[in-house]
Write a protein that binds this ligand. Structure first.
Ligand SMILES: Nc1ncnc2c1ncn2[C@@H]1O[C@H](COP(=O)(O)OP(=O)(O)OP(=O)(O)O)[C@@H](O)[C@H]1O
Length: 598
């Protein structure tokens, strides 16, 4: 399959303005894709070479290298390329422009050998990109530059443009997983009605390329039988939230398992033979940060082929007490991880089992999963089952909640133990409900919102971005709906970081997956997630989240708390959750005694 075809689709995808068109064009691309390479094409359109969970390096070639490679490929001086870059501001366009100018020479002689421009094959491109990503050690910089220069030398202008953006890590077509799943269902199932089958398979085996390969080469029927596979992450099950224990017990039909809600890092742990791999909440491979945990798991969890889930929590080695989750940050260091492991010891608190020795446990009710988990865990002081009780009265739940908090937990997770209490991979539902200690403020909880636009500041901050247009995620439509403009809570350092982040992601037009009536100074590709707290949720004509007759919902007095790099935009707070928070808040106001309202 020719790479040229893909580059042309990239160009068309970038210009599209609606989500529906995006899906249909993507489906068109899949129809024209040779089935053997569809997995690679899926990775490429998402700007990567492989799924994050592989832990394999992505390219991320810096500007300087690219300038060198472009100059080398097209016979320009580096200063010329730099100058052009200053004028245009996009190295992809620079490559496009310089490649277009190489006209005097016939394409054949320019390209060299007997390969014509436009003849690049997808696998050839992919393999060369893999070489660039994986070459390390002395001299590797020069090798990378040479390989890339060779590649764009053979490319057409449009191929060169997208290759440059790809290796720079700026191919931001903003095609989320949901759009790919829709397009796969339409292309290979025949209609969007097949989406649930494709989605279920993806939830259990979160490798989009692999799912595309199975459906394209073996058909939709094959997807129905997919089960979790150690080594490939499962999309995590998520909890709903409620601030009131009474309501929670009602939702649970009067009886539930109540776990401590530990404040650490979620870990999905896979064992396949001798190999133990740990995936984060975002399904990134974090094994290297927790080599100690992999050893504990090998030692204390019986079996050779399983997937379990738990929370990694820093502990005081002397007292065994829980420590603040910030201590885990030290484990992110690239160097001296061994020291961080020694200095900041952790324990693992397991709360679920999804797969054991060939058997899919995700379809079994929670009591069965937990019983097996207890059975396979040997007694030890590093890996524990999450502290829990079975509560059948509201006061029991309340009491346990306070106990959890007093021991340093963040609250409790209340979990259904009914016959339908399966592990709902990849979805947020009422089978798990979180009750957290910070449900005291007016707006019950913080929200995680996606940056979709930015505004320049005035006065002291003139010329710099100082506020952000934020959106919630609407999973049904797979779009981002605006809910507030955040201008406070940033430290000076965070403001500086913000300039960099926005400059990398800004775009001229609104992204097709963004629904907004407000027009910011610059639009931003929906990629960054920030945690935000506000005073309350109100109806507003300005915002598009949950828009009804009276307007949309908006967060008043929003304040930035921190970036949530561990979340992808599709993990942001949903429109549905904002609606639920709003209804809760209304109910609270109605329930207040009259005199308090005066
Ligand atoms: N016993 C437990 N059962 C399930 N999850 C737990 C448990 N203890 C701690 N957790 C953690 O709680 C998280 C969910 O709650 P929280 O809202 O604090 O996190 P979040 O990442 O902001 O939200 P979410 O994961 O629901 O999107 C889980 O992702 C998991 O890491």
């Amino acid at each position: 399959m020719k790479f040229k075809l893909i580059a042309e689709y990239f160009d068309r995808l970038e210009k599209i303005s609606s989500r529906i068109q995006l899906t249909s064009l993507l489906s068109d691309l899949f129809k024209n894709t040779e089935r053997e390479v569809i997995d690679k094409v899926v990775y490429l359109i998402q700007g990567r070479l492989w799924p994050d969970f592989t832990g394999m390096p992505e390219i991320g070639m810096g500007e300087k290298f690219l300038i060198k490679a472009i100059a080398m490929a097209y016979g320009n001086k580096e200063e010329e390329v730099e100058k052009l870059y200053k004028n245009i501001g996009d190295l992809g366009e620079v490559a496009y422009s310089l490649r277009s100018k190489v006209k005097g020479v016939s394409i054949l002689s320019f390209v060299g050998g007997n390969q014509e421009a436009g003849e690049l094959d997808v696998m050839e491109v992919y393999n060369e990109l893999v070489k660039i990503a994986t070459s390390t050690g002395e001299g590797s910089r020069d090798i990378k530059i040479r390989i890339f220069a060779g590649l764009i030398k053979k490319a057409t202008p449009i191929e060169a443009k997208y290759l440059v953006r790809f290796v720079e890590g700026r191919l931001r077509l903003g095609i989320g997983d949901a759009t790919v799943l829709d397009a796969l269902a339409i292309t290979f199932g025949g209609s969007a009605d097949y989406r649930p089958i494709v989605e279920r398979a993806y939830n259990l085996r979160a490798d989009l390329g692999d799912i595309a390969r199975v459906i394209a080469t073996e058909g939709i029927e094959k997807l129905k039988n997919i089960s979790p596979t150690p080594g490939i992450p499962i999309r995590p099950m998520l909890a709903e939230r409620l601030p009131d224990p009474e309501e929670i017990m009602e939702k649970m039909n009067g009886k539930a398992l109540v776990d401590y809600k530990y404040d650490g890092e979620r870990a999905q742990i896979h064992r396949k033979g001798d190999k133990v791999t740990i995936f984060s909440r975002r399904m990134e491979n974090i094994t290297d940060q927790y080599i100690d945990v992999t050893e504990y798991v090998k030692q204390f969890v019986k079996g050779d082929n399983f997937i379990v889930e738990g929370e990694i929590v820093p502990v005081d080695p002397e007292s065994g007490e829980m420590r603040p989750f910030q201590e885990l940050m030290h484990r992110r260091r690239k160097n001296n991880i061994a020291e961080a492991i020694k200095e900041y010891p952790v324990n693992l608190f397991l709360f679920d089992l999804m797969f054991f020795e060939g058997e899919d446990y995700t379809t079994k009710p929670l009591p069965e999963r937990r019983a097996k988990l207890e059975e396979i865990l040997a007694s030890n002081d590093k890996v524990h089952i999450a502290s829990h009780i079975i509560a059948d009265r509201v006061d029991k739940l309340r009491e346990y909640f306070y106990q959890a908090i007093s021991e340093g937990a963040e609250g409790v997770m209340v979990k259904s133990i009914g016959p339908d209490s399966i592990y709902q991979a990849g979805s947020r539902g009422w089978l798990w409900i979180k009750l957290k200690r910070d449900y005291q403020s007016e707006m019950a909880d913080t929200v995680d919102l996606v940056v979709v636009g930015a505004f320049y500041g005035k006065g002291k901050r003139g010329g710099k971005f100082s506020s952000l247009l934020m959106a919630a995620y609407n999973p049904e439509k797979d779009v981002f709906e605006t809910v507030c403009k955040v201008a406070s809570g940033f430290s000076d350092q965070e403001l500086d970081e913000m300039q960099k982040k926005i400059n990398e992601l800004k775009r001229e037009q609104k992204h097709p997956r963004v629904v907004s009536d407000m027009i910011p100074d610059v639009w931003v590709s929906p990629t960054l997630v920030a945690e935000v707290i506000g005073a309350e949720i109100t109806i507003s004509p300005l915002h598009t989240c949950c828009r009804g007759e009276k307007g949309g919902l908006s967060i008043r007095f929003p304040r930035f708390i921190r970036w949530r790099d561990d979340k992808s935009p599709e993990d942001a707070t949903t429109n549905q959750e904002i609606m639920e928070m709003y209804s809760k808040q209304l109910k609270k106001i109605e329930e207040k005694p009259v005199d308090e309202n005066i």
